[in-house]
Design a protein around this ligand. Structure first.
Ligand SMILES: CCCCCCCC(=O)SCCNC(=O)CCNC(=O)[C@H](O)C(C)(C)COP(=O)(O)OP(=O)(O)OC[C@H]1O[C@@H](n2cnc3c(N)ncnc32)[C@H](O)[C@@H]1OP(=O)(O)O
Length: 184
C-alpha cells in the first residue's frame, strides 16, 4: 500500500479504544442511515453492506459483486470498489459514535475482481489526532484470508451536527439515532 503522508497518522496518534457500551464482539452493526448508498437497507440500488465488529474497533463485511457493479465486462467497477472501501471505513469510525466525513480516500487496486466474487472487507483505525482519524481497509477475494484485491487508506474529519443541518438533513439522521448525543 502506497499510503501517503496525508493518510499516515502523526507520531503519538493512538488508535481508538472500544467505546464503553459499544457493540459486543461479533454482533452485527446496523446501518448508520437506512438510505445510505453503502449500508442502507432502504436503498435498493445501493451496496447493502452488512457488517460486524470482532473487537469494537475493527469492522468486517462481505460484498457480493453483482452484475450491476460492472465496469469492464464481468469485472467490478473501480469506483464501486472505492465506495465499498469508503463505507466499511466509515462504519469503523462510526463505532466511536461521533460524526466523521471522508476527507481523503486513497485506493490501490491489486487484482481484478470478477462479478460473482464475495469480497471480504476489513477496516480499522490507525490513529486519531484532534479532528482527524486515520483509517485503512482491505478487500480480499473469496475468504477473510484470500488474496488482497483492494487496499485503501483514508483521512476522515470529525464534524459537528451543523455539517448535516447546513448541507444535508440532520433531522433524518437523528430520527434514526434516538440515543445519539448531539453534545456528548
Ligand atoms: C454520521 C455518519 C456519517 C457517515 C459518512 C460516510 C462517509 C461519507 O460518504 S462522507 C461524504 C463525502 N465527504 C464529504 O462530503 C466531505 C466534504 N468536505 C467537507 O465538508 C470539508 O472539506 C471538511 C468537513 C472535510 C473539512 O472542512 P473543515 O471542517 O472546514 O476543516 P478544515 O479546517 O478544512 O480541515 C481540518 C483539517 O483536516 C485537513 N483536511 C481537510 N480535508 C483534507 C483532505 N482532503 N486531505 C488532507 N487533509 C485534509 C486540513 O488540512 C486540516 O488540517 P489541520 O487541522 O492540520 O490544519
Amino acid at each position: 500500500m502506497t499510503r501517503s503522508a496525508l493518510t499516515t497518522p502523526p507520531p503519538g496518534a493512538a488508535p481508538p479504544e472500544p467505546l464503553p457500551g459499544g457493540p459486543a464482539p461479533g454482533s452485527p452493526l446496523g446501518p448508520h442511515y437506512s438510505h445510505c448508498f453503502g449500508c442502507g437497507p432502504k436503498q435498493p440500488t445501493g451496496l447493502n453492506l452488512t457488517a460486524s465488529t470482532p473487537d469494537g474497533v475493527t469492522v468486517t463485511a462481505e460484498f457480493v459483486v453483482g452484475g450491476v457493479h460492472q465496469g469492464a465486462p464481468g469485472l467490478a467497477h473501480g469506483g464501486v470498489l472505492a465506495t465499498a472501501m469508503d463505507e466499511v471505513i466509515g462504519m469503523s469510525i462510526w463505532l466511536l459514535r461521533r460524526p466523521y466525513v471522508t476527507g481523503r480516500l486513497e485506493t490501490d487496486y491489486l487484482r481484478p475482481v470478477s462479478v460473482g466474487t464475495t469480497l471480504h472487507l476489513r477496516a480499522w483505525c490507525t490513529g486519531v489526532s484532534g479532528r482527524k482519524a486515520y483509517l485503512e481497509a482491505e478487500g480480499r477475494i473469496g475468504a477473510p484470508d484470500g488474496p488482497v484485491a483492494v487496499r485503501a487508506a483514508a483521512l476522515f474529519i470529525e464534524v459537528g451536527m451543523e455539517h448535516f443541518a447546513e448541507h444535508g438533513d440532520a433531522d433524518a439522521f437523528l430520527a434514526e439515532h434516538h440515543d445519539y448525543e448531539v453534545n456528548p
